[in-house]
Design a protein around this ligand. Structure first.
Ligand SMILES: [Zn+2]
Length: 436
């Protein structure tokens, strides 16, 4: 970090009044809008270590530079921008704040800029844009933080390219090993190591990054809500506090058959991998219903992939989640049993246990914001990975009127987005300004 340290205390002359937030928000949104947007679907294709990802990282760096923030990149390539120096000795404290709850020195916010295939505009970018605008709003007030404030842009949160969600936070916390990350491959067979090299990064640098984690005293991620809890509540509540994340995992299902001609091969002679796959997909649905959780098979690869060829191999990916970890595990066992009856193999790709955000922090945020609702969610987030690594974390959710997410239809009203920025501003003011 920079050696001269200290916290900027002079409001920037161009810092906006709160009334300008909506205009500022619209301008930043417009700058991001074309990056990775599919002309036909209107959805986004922003995948880790691609051209689009590069452009988004450059945009983030430029926004941080324009605000005079100190930008660093950790061992995985996540970008961190600091207002104040998290490595400087705190007044009356020890040099290294430590990562124990309540310890550490920085108040960090932010989210991610990547997307799922044909994703929406809000999942991720809303948290990054809101973080930058919250800093503007704090400076407009002449706020002087007692603790440094950081903004993070986590890389590869969706796992759209290499199959493991929250890869950026998993690697720096050690939840995923560097070897595993490097060897993950995308649909074209490109490994993450190769993708990193092509993007000008050194894959050998990957690994746990305690130095980066030590700087985070508290992490608050703002995110568009991915359900309708707020919409169904009332008209006056555009923001909620996230209390916990359901346990969730991903499994790969492989079924083997034998390729042959779709016209000349008698039904009795076929070894059709698709049949076992179909049974497995239906089993996932009924297991989820029986166990009270949710299960989805949303990605499939068929070999050879010809309309007139019997499939010799089908690989599908199962995503399962629920409030109760045992129920999710049981549902996946049900699916595994059916897949194995058809000669299939089910391999666990990731498992994230129930994540409870810091209860004291959740209460503090909800109280600070006037007693707003507290919600659990079925969606995974980097905030959850950090919480499981012992970082004091929580989330803010901004209302989504349809609840649709991971789709071009994902939406949040501009007024609600500004309410989110104001809530985040208030939370940062509380956490970074207080002596607690
Ligand atoms: Zn997200």
């Amino acid at each position: 970090m920079r050696s001269n340290g200290g916290v900027t205390t002079t409001p920037r002359p161009d810092a906006p009044a709160l009334a300008d937030l909506r205009t500022r928000f619209a301008a930043m949104w417009a700058a991001l809008e074309p990056v990775g947007r599919d002309g036909r679907s209107g959805g986004y294709r922003r995948f880790a270590w691609t051209r689009e990802d590069h452009d988004l990282r450059e945009w983030f760096a430029a926004e941080c530079r324009a605000r005079g923030l100190d930008l660093t990149t950790d061992r995985m390539g996540n970008q961190w921008a600091w207002w104040g120096d998290p490595d400087a000795a705190p007044a009356g404290g020890n040099k290294r704040g430590g990562n124990e709850r309540g310890g550490g020195k920085g108040i960090v916010t932010g989210s991610h800029l990547d997307s799922v295939p044909d994703g929406g505009a809000f999942d991720g970018p809303l948290g990054v844009v809101s973080a930058l605008l919250a800093i503007d709003a704090l400076r407009a007030k002449g706020f002087e933080p007692h603790r440094p404030i950081g903004i993070v842009n986590f890389v590869d949160e969706e796992g759209a390219r290499f199959g493991v969600a929250c890869a950026g936070s998993r690697v720096i916390t050690g939840a995923m090993t560097a070897d595993r990350a490097r060897s993950l491959t995308d649909a074209d067979g490109t490994s993450m190591a190769e993708a990193l090299r092509a993007a000008g990064r050194n894959p050998d640098a990957l690994g746990p990054d305690p130095e980066t984690l030590r700087r985070i005293g508290t992490f608050v991620e703002l995110h568009v809500e991915q359900g309708r809890a707020l919409d169904l509540l009332d008209e006056e509540t555009p923001v909620a506090v996230g209390s916990d994340i359901w346990p969730h995992g991903r499994w790969r299902v492989d079924l083997a058959g034998e390729a042959n001609h779709a016209g000349t091969t008698r039904l009795a002679d076929r070894e059709d991998a698709m049949l076992g796959y179909a049974a497995t997909v239906l089993a996932a649905r009924s297991a989820a219903e029986a166990r009270g959780c949710v299960a989805t098979v949303g990605k499939v690869a068929v070999t050879p992939g010809g309309v007139n060829a019997i499939p010799s191999h089908v690989t599908g990916w199962l995503d399962a989640r629920g409030a109760d970890a045992d129920a999710v595990r049981a549902a996946v066992q049900d699916v595994r049993a059916v897949a194995e009856q058809h000669g299939g193999v089910v391999t666990e790709e990731s498992w994230t246990p129930t994540t409870a955000f810091d209860p004291g922090l959740v209460r503090r945020l909800a109280t600070r914001l006037g007693g707003i609702p507290v919600l659990g969610t079925g969606a995974g987030h980097d905030a959850g990975i950090l919480a499981n690594a012992g970082v004091r974390s929580a989330m803010l959710f901004v209302r989504n009127p349809t609840g649709v997410s991971h789709s071009p239809q994902e939406w949040a009203d501009p007024a609600d987005c500004v309410a989110g920025v104001e809530a985040l501003t208030s939370v940062l003011e509380d956490l970074a300004g207080g002596a607690r």
